[in-house]
Design a protein around this ligand. Structure first.
Ligand SMILES: *Cc1c(COP(=O)(O)O)cnc(C)c1O
Length: 366
């Protein structure tokens, strides 16, 4: 339905579109509750006991806004990453920060580069600001750094998005390759490095922080390894002028007090994070063994999910629906050549067993 009040030309021109349909919407439509929720890369292992205790204590203060400067957590993050305090800003998850960053440099028709089939929320925000998206195909299940850089030059991109480690493939580029990629980008191009899965990677995936490098923004979140997705908290590491620019337009109260408190407790619980990384690796190996057993290929992943290769888009779609019928929630990328994949989060051992039964049954019938 059209709005009775006039909208901006830009908003008026946008299609009805959401980056993701939530599992809750599928549950409402189908009239059931999922037995295994493995489609959004949430942590099946939950939050650290320290974070949960901090959260309980913070309940007494929910009448208060969070510290708009997020000072205590930012100081801890600056220390954790060895960067100046002025180079850290909090936001309501990476998704919220992506919107703010896109807004910093994107006007109608501003050229922006991403990969075809990459994390869709970035493209969603670019569309919302009228940017002109150039999508570069994946190459051998990796984002194609050479082609991304070439595209950035040919369209004079203001913004390039790189997810590393990558979602939806689970693959990574090492820090050295990302550094050369950055070095090869045009001088006016800002590189957004989405490190939602950074903690899971076995090797460094980002260039060493250099406060003098004006073009790199690194994004991190408490949604994945820390198991705090529902609290909505993430952060950006960037040169001070970029952080100062973000501070001019961000929503200063978007990160709640409980979120800041729980995130700080979780950041300090290093043993918890190490344990989740180890348990996730066990789950990944289990998925790989399952796939081998069924004659399915997987992409070697360094994240908390594994992409199973169904061989074609039609078969992937059928498999996704067959899993859904068995009350298992997974997702699939929508762009070729990645649309032959089913992306499955590493859940708890119990969730993995539910998935394994459902996959065996679905695959054998297909
Ligand atoms: C999960 C995910 C996000 C979302 O992070 P939030 O901090 O929860 O907004 C962003 N980017 C990628 C690549 C993700 O997989």
């Amino acid at each position: 339905m059209r709005s009775a009040v006039p909208l901006t030309d830009l908003v008026d021109s946008l299609p009805a579109n959401v980056p993701f349909v939530g599992p809750e919407a599928i549950e409402r439509r189908r009239g059931f509750v999922f037995k295994a929720r493995l489609g959004a890369n949430e942590s099946g292992f939950g939050a650290s006991p320290a974070a949960q205790a901090a959260l309980k204590a913070a309940l007494g203060e929910v009448a208060w806004y969070g510290d708009p400067e997020g000072f205590e957590l930012r100081a801890a993050l600056a220390d954790h990453h060895g960067v100046p305090l002025d180079c850290v800003v909090l936001g309501p998850g990476i998704d919220g920060l992506l919107g703010t960053l896109v807004r910093l440099v994107t006007e109608p028709r501003t050229p922006v580069v991403t990969s075809a089939g990459a994390y869709p929320t970035f493209a969603y925000h670019v569309a919302g600001h009228g940017g002109a998206l150039v999508r570069v195909p994946y190459r051998r299940d990796h984002q194609d750094l050479e082609a991304l850089a070439a595209a950035a030059h040919s369209c004079a991109a203001r913004l390039v998005y790189l997810c590393n480690p990558d979602n939806p493939t689970g693959t990574m580029h090492n820090a050295r390759d990302v550094q050369s990629f950055l070095d090869g980008l045009p001088a006016q191009t800002l590189l957004i490095l989405d490190e939602a899965y950074g903690e899971f990677a076995p090797l460094p995936t980002a260039p060493l922080f250099d406060a003098g490098e004006p073009r790199l923004v690194r994004l991190r979140t408490f949604s994945k390894v820390h198991g705090l997705a529902g609290l909505r908290i993430g952060y950006a590491l960037a040169p001070e002028p970029i952080i100062a620019a973000i501070n001019r337009i961000r929503d200063h109260f978007s990160v709640s007090r409980p979120a800041q408190t729980a995130a700080l407790a979780s950041l300090r619980d290093r043993a918890f994070v190490a344990d989740i990384v180890a348990r996730t690796a066990v789950g990944r190996a289990e998925y790989e063994a399952l796939a081998t057993d069924l004659g399915l290929r997987t992409i070697r992943s360094v994240t908390n999910f594994v992409a199973f290769d169904a061989g074609s888009s039609t078969r992937a779609r059928a498999l996704l629906l067959a899993l859904e019928d068995r009350r298992v929630f997974v997702r699939m990328p929508t762009a070729a050549p990645l649309d032959r994949l089913i992306r499955v989060t590493v859940g708890t051992p119990k969730e993995r067993a539910v998935f394994a039964d459902a996959l065996r049954d679905a695959w054998e019938r297909a």
